[in-house]
Design a protein around this ligand. Structure first.
Ligand SMILES: O=C(O)CCC(=O)C(=O)O
Length: 261
């Protein structure tokens, strides 16, 4: 991906402040603040509900097509996949300049979208192991994948918010290698506590996972997940891309999706 494409999408040298970059480098995650307005959230949630209704039992079916999804059928969560091709409401998730700036910083030039999925931890469920989104540990700096989580509900320890263990992207170890039971709490984990519309970047090599949703409502989020140059996408975007998606996106955006123009 060229720098001029990123510039045309609004990425500038100061899109992330020096302090934000330093925080991301040291902690392996970054709170970008509230990037979605309440009106945006209404429209996105309306669309998500329609898709859930339309797809019914088949919701998230595209995930089963991917050799790179660890738990396509997660009993504790509902999922939707391929949101790229399910409406213009979802364009912002992979074209927002602050997200693109963070991805370029973590993954380097040539990064692309890996997948754009919805995950809702069901009431009373949703606990995941602490994990990384790669099959093995990598050396600090040699990052392959990086995620952003877009909160569609207020997140807190009460409703299954994501937990993150800051700084673990620098260990060169996975939780499986270090913990007796990665389902257990980690003494240094933090649980996201932020309002709906907020976006967190997390380097996917930072140990993280969903927690149990102790509320009586689903805890909803969209993951806009990216991979570095030459890395396989979680969803084969070329296979699923629809002409109308490319038509409505700014010129050159096919590079972000890793598909032909
Ligand atoms: O939705 C979340 O809180 C985290 C999900 C996650 O890490 C995963 O599904 O791999």
């Amino acid at each position: 991906m060229t720098n001029s494409l990123l510039q045309s999408l609004g990425v500038k040298s100061d899109t992330l402040s020096k302090d934000e970059i330093q925080f991301l480098d040291q902690n392996g995650y970054l709170n970008l603040g509230k990037l979605l307005s309440d009106e945006d959230l209404d429209s996105i949630l309306g669309k998500v509900n329609n898709i859930l209704h339309q797809e019914g039992e088949n919701a998230g079916f595209e995930l089963f097509d991917s050799p790179y999804i660890k738990h396509p059928k997660e009993a504790g969560a509902d999922r939707l996949a391929d949101l790229v091709n399910k409406g213009p409401e979802f364009d912002v998730f992979y074209t927002h300049p602050r997200v693109l700036a963070a991805m370029q910083h973590v993954l380097g030039d040539g990064f692309k979208l890996s997948s754009l999925n919805y995950r809702a931890a069901k009431a009373g469920k949703g606990l995941q192991k602490l994990h990384v989104d790669w099959h093995e540990a990598v050396e600090p700096g040699a990052y392959k994948v990086c995620n952003s989580i877009w909160l569609l509900d207020d997140f807190s320890a009460a409703n299954g918010a994501t937990r993150i263990v800051p700084g673990t992207h620098l260990l060169g170890k996975t939780p499986q290698e270090e913990m007796d039971d990665p389902f257990e709490s980690h003494p240094e984990e933090l649980i996201i506590d932020a309002p709906a519309g907020s976006v967190f970047i997390f380097n996917s090599h930072t140990w993280h996972g969903g927690t149990n949703n102790g509320s009586d409502k689903p805890r909803r989020a969209i993951h806009s997940y990216f991979c570095g140059k030459g890395m396989p996408q979680q969803l084969d975007q070329q296979k699923y891309i629809q002409p109308e998606t490319l038509k409505r996106l700014p010129p050159g955006s096919n590079e972000i999706l890793g598909v032909k123009a």
